[in-house]
Design a protein around this ligand. Structure first.
Ligand code: BJW
Length: 232
């Protein structure tokens, strides 16, 4: 399963390609800071963008979609089956809902990485140019532990290994516009795996899915989980 920003939208975290122009998304073009070139050019703005999102995340709460996926993971584990939950989201709402195994392919907002010594550490405060890396002591060398365009997403070997073993691939709340996640559905099809999209509206690659259901994640995900658990 691959999750996207739509899963956390009803927790108030916003999505990347929304056009409603509210909250932090009205103050920043969310795509501009998401490049490794933007950071050295304007670290103050990039830090401000992620600091605002980190503060928002800390006060947010998981929604019914996150909790339904915990229910699915737990039920599958009881019958020695497995849910591989890959998220493009950098929030920790799946973990806070109780998911035990989450692969964050685009990183985690509540971690910082050091560009000098490459140490990764938990980070819940605002991050800025005066912060010192607790590992190497360097100042101004910390960046959010997130994957920007042109950088290699995380855990790709594990993700492709899980995909090869899967009997169902589900994409939830993702626009299907950012690779490599957007390509998982075509890879699943080549492997003969059934595919399902759950979204508010058809994604960019909706026509590649065998099954599609549309509605807010807080309703559509619990309904689908009920369906899966009733049929097994
Ligand atoms: C709801 C809802 C509700 C709303 N209920 N649903 C072709 C092939 C392969 C790669 C490329 C390619 N062309 C270009 C590339 C490279 C590039 C790319 O994909 N660019 C595209 C713009 C085309 N990809 C990369 O660079 C990636 N790296 C890579 O490919 O490495 C290989 C490599 C390395 C080095 C050199 C060369 C190659 C890295 C991608 C990193 C993406 N990073 C970001 C920022 C992360 C940090 C942060 O959060 O700030 O990740 S960008 C942003 O987009 C973020 C997201 O995780 C990602 C995906 O967005 P998502 O989750 O789909 O959100 P939205 O907003 O797009 O969609 C929300 C959806 O929810 C919508 O469908 C709504 O309908 C729905 N929704 N409310 C249910 N209530």
């Amino acid at each position: 399963m691959v999750a996207g920003a739509g899963v956390s939208a009803e927790s108030g975290l916003g999505t990347f390609r929304d056009k409603n122009g509210s909250g932090i998304w009205a103050r920043f073009d969310p795509m501009k800071p998401a490049t490794p070139e933007a950071f050295p050019r304007d670290p103050v703005e990039v830090h401000a963008f992620y600091n605002a999102r980190r503060r928002n995340l800390i006060t947010a709460a998981p929604n019914a979609a996150h909790f339904a996926l915990v229910r699915l993971e737990t039920a599958l584990a009881k019958r020695r089956d497995e849910l591989t939950l890959v998220t493009q989201n950098i929030d920790d709402l799946h973990e806070r809902a109780g998911s035990r195994q989450v692969m964050h392919m685009h990183g985690e907002l509540l971690k910082a990485s050091c560009v000098a010594c490459e140490t990764i550490q938990p980070w819940r405060e605002d991050l800025g140019l005066r912060d010192r890396c607790p590992a190497c002591g360097g100042i101004g060398v910390l960046r959010p532990r997130v994957v920007w365009f042109g950088e290699m997403p995380l855990a790709m070997d594990e993700i492709y290994a899980a995909l090869r073993k899967a009997d169902l691939f589900v994409a939830i709340g993702t626009s299907g516009s950012v690779y490599p996640a957007a390509g998982f559905v075509s890879e699943a099809r080549v492997l003969g795996i059934r595919t399902r999209e759950i979204n508010l509206e058809p994604s960019d690659n909706a026509n590649q899915f065998d099954h599609r259901c549309y509605g807010p994640a807080s309703e559509a995900v619990p309904a689908w989980v009920d369906e899966v658990l009733a049929s097994t």
